[in-house]
Ligand binder design. Structure first.
Ligand code: ADP
Length: 725
């Protein structure tokens, strides 16, 4: 149940109505082609008159644009041979021999002389039997077709085209041999004109062309005699008659080769490559049928009939298999429905019919051949069409399948019934060419679409890959930086450890020294000395305490759980308080502290009050530490870009001194841990941790700190913060 549902959503078949309409349109186009073809080719002998009194046609109106097709009113003489002809024509009145008048040319040759045939001069009223004679060791039979045609005196030469015939034809014009054509297998004669559409020139004598076509045939030749209506035409049409079928053969041959080779190269992309194999076999059979059909390859009639029968049957079988294998993928997805089993049945039936025809060539008589093939082809077409309509309407290739089945039917139908019409190219050859061209267009279009889709998706893929590569290289860079940072941190950690231990050891050593002195000296020390030692111990322990508390502060801020408590605070007030504090400390010294704050701007910013005051405490105490006796330290604050939009405004705090300054080379390092500039000297106490704590706090406030310094002249630190309003 669920599987069925899923299939329904995946398969997007065309609507049945569209498919049926498409197939109907396809049939209509076929019928239209047939109709147009008949109109073009049905150039009958309408402009000639026949006078049965003198056996003569009147074709004086025959013009250069008109071909003369003589289908009816031939006179037929059985058992007439080439060496008889002159004597008959010159002395004996051939009209006294037994002959048939009003003979119609049919595809059954002289087996069927037509409904209007009338025998004359019969001996005892008996229709004469064909009397075999020996020719180069073979038993032959012969018969002659005769027509006398009156043409205009201006006409010198006409060309005769016999079309399809069974046997070998010797052509006489006004009593003289003018050419021969047809099967060369019966004779050791190399025919002067090979092929049905090669033509023979016939000369006009006064205003009459007396045409006799004598056919020699093997005794077992089927339907010996003329099989298509002979045509007389002017030179101009001759070129068309000979070049058109050859051009058609060339076109079909090229198309077939392209389809077979191209299809072979592309077959792997089909859902079932077997459908290609059957397609190639089917069209190759059609092509061979076209070649042996009497237009190009002159075969003795029994072989020709057999070949035609063989190729049509194989083409039909392979065509059926091709249609079936178009639906393999659909069949496997939806469970087997009329799969390969019916292909096997159809093939067996075809092979049986073929085997019968091979065993007994009498079965190849036109009526048997046509009836058998007709039944076979109709059955196959009904099977294919109903199979598609009943089971594969939802499948992706159903329209192609329907159209292929229909076109194959039309092609076979035309092969069987329409080839006795006098025409330059058989209709089925046109169908065949149309089908080949449309299949090629279909494939080319399909592959163009696939190609453009592929190109599009590869372009998309390229972009995605590019994007991903960029992303990966970014990650790589980050990784590299992180790694570098980690290594640096590791290095820094080592430095910190050695610095901490060094910085701690110095006061500890001093404390130990003073304590030992106190213990050892005992009561030998006077009060004053004792107090100096104790004060030193006190100072050193304070220094230790400072270092330890700085380290604790740093590690606290570095730990992930440490949160700042941000709130709106006034920098004006904060700096004012610090100023009060430090100026009372400096009361007794010569160092001076100056304060410059805006009168009406509280300079409110978001900050952690404890930490931010630590920043300015550090900066101010550094300024006090790193200056000489008479120093002026300025604390300033103002609003940068006060006249510009709020986003561009900044709270600017400057702590400026006129002290020892920092050497330019050391400026970039002063925010590093334990870093102390060389000029800071031993006598100025410090840990080298103060500014690194300042930098950490400033960073957490999303603020900025810069330093400007001139060695020996002074230093100023600038802090830039975002105002709240
Ligand atoms: P400490 O002051 O404990 O040595 P700090 O991290 O606060 O450590 O300062 C680092 C170094 O920067 C100081 O040792 C000193 O060389 C230099 N420094 C800081 N402030 C000033 C200043 N106002 N004038 C000159 N040098 C300064």
């Amino acid at each position: 149940m669920e599987k069925k549902k899923r299939n329904r959503t995946i398969k997007v078949g065309e609507s049945h109505l569209t498919q049926l309409l498409f197939s109907i349109l396809f049939i209509a186009i076929f019928l239209l082609i047939m109709y147009v073809y008949f109109i073009i080719n049905l150039r009958q002998d309408t402009n000639i008159l026949y006078n049965s009194e003198n056996y003569r046609f009147d074709a004086t109106t025959l013009s250069e644009d008109n071909d003369l097709f003589i289908k009816d009113n031939w006179t037929f003489f059985p058992n007439l041979r080439t060496n008889d002809i002159r004597s008959y024509m010159s002395s004996i009145d051939y009209r006294k021999r037994p002959h048939a008048k009003n003979v119609t040319i049919s595809e059954n040759g002289w087996d069927n002389l037509g409904p209007n045939a009338e025998w004359e001069n019969l001996v005892d009223g008996e229709v004469p039997e064909f009397r075999p004679f020996m020719n180069e060791g073979m038993r032959m039979v012969s018969g002659a077709y005769m027509a006398t045609i009156k043409v205009s005196r201006a006409t010198n030469t006409l060309y005769l085209d016999l079309g399809k015939l069974n046997g070998h034809a010797f052509i006489f014009c006004n009593g003289y041999p003018v050419g021969n054509t047809g099967d060369d297998t019966s004779f050791n004669i190399v025919p002067e004109y090979i092929g049905g559409y090669s033509s023979t020139a016939v000369q006009n004598r006064n205003d009459t062309i007396e045409l006799i076509i004598i056919i020699y045939a093997n005794e077992q030749t089927l339907h010996a005699g003329l099989n298509t209506t002979p045509a007389l035409f002017h030179e101009k049409s001759n070129a068309i008659l000979t070049t058109l079928p050859s051009a058609f053969l060339a076109a079909i041959a090229i198309m077939t080769v392209i389809a077979v080779i191209g299809g072979f190269l592309l077959r792997k992309t089909l859902s079932d490559p077997r459908s290609y194999t059957y397609f190639a076999l089917s069209i190759t059979s059609l092509f061979l049928y076209y070649v042996v059909n009497g237009n190009f390859l002159v075969l003795a009639s029994p072989y020709r009939a057999l070949m035609e029968f063989l190729f049509m049957t194989t083409s039909a079988i392979f065509g059926y298999c091709m249609i079936t294998f178009l639906f393999t993928s659909y069949r496997t997805e939806n469970g087997s429905k009329y799969g390969s089993l019916d292909c096997i049945i159809v093939s067996c039936a075809g092979i049986m019919i073929l085997a019968l025809a091979f065993l007994d060539s009498r079965l190849l008589s036109t009526s048997f051949k046509s009836t058998t093939l007709l039944i076979f082809v109709i059955t196959i077409t009904i099977m294919s069409v109903s199979k598609i309509l009943l089971f594969y309407m939802d499948a992706p290739n159903s329209t192609i399948g329907l159209c292929t089945a229909i076109s194959l039917f039309f092609t076979y139908f035309d092969m069987m019934f329409c080839n006795n019409l006098r025409s330059n190219c058989p209709l089925y050859a046109i169908f065949y060419l149309v089908a080949l061209v449309s299949i090629m267009i279909y494939f080319v279009q399909r592959y163009l679409v696939q190609y453009s889709e592929l190109k599009h998706s590869s372009e998309h893929l390229r972009l995605v890959v590019e994007e991903k590569t960029a992303h990966i290289s970014m990650i790589n860079r980050d990784l590299y930086n992180t790694n570098k940072k980690l290594l640096e941190n590791e290095e820094a950690r080592k430095n910190v450890m050695s610095n901490v231990s060094h910085d701690l050891r110095t006061p500890i050593t001093a404390i130990r020294g003073y304590s030992e002195l106190l213990l050892q000296s005992g009561s030998n020390l006077n009060e004053e000395q004792r107090s100096v030692y104790l004060q030193n111990i006190m100072k050193r322990s304070q220094q230790m305490e400072r270092i330890v508390s700085d380290i604790v502060e740093i590690s606290k801020m570095e730990s992930s759980g440490f949160e700042f408590e941000f709130m709106d605070i006034s920098m004006t007030e904060l700096l004012d308080e610090l100023y009060m504090l430090y100026s009372s400390d400096l009361r007794n010294g010569k160092k001076k502290l100056l304060l410059d704050l805006p009168d009406e701007d509280l300079l409110i910013t978001k900050a952690d009050p404890k930490r931010i005051s630590r920043v300015f405490e550090n900066l101010i105490s550094n300024a006090i530490n790193y200056t000489k006796e008479e120093a002026v330290i300025e604390i300033k604050a103002w609003r940068d870009n006060a006249d510009k939009p709020f986003e561009e405004q900044k709270i600017h705090i400057e702590i400026k001194d006129n002290g020892i300054g920092i050497p330019p080379a050391e400026l970039p390092h002063i925010f590093d841990r334990f870093y102390r500039a060389k000029n800071s000297g031993q006598n100025i106490k410090g840990t080298g941790l103060g500014l690194s704590i300042v930098k950490m706090i400033i960073d957490r406030h999303d603020a900025e700190i810069n330093v400007e310094s001139v060695l020996g002249e002074g230093t100023s630190f600038h802090v830039l913060m975002k105002p709240t309003y």
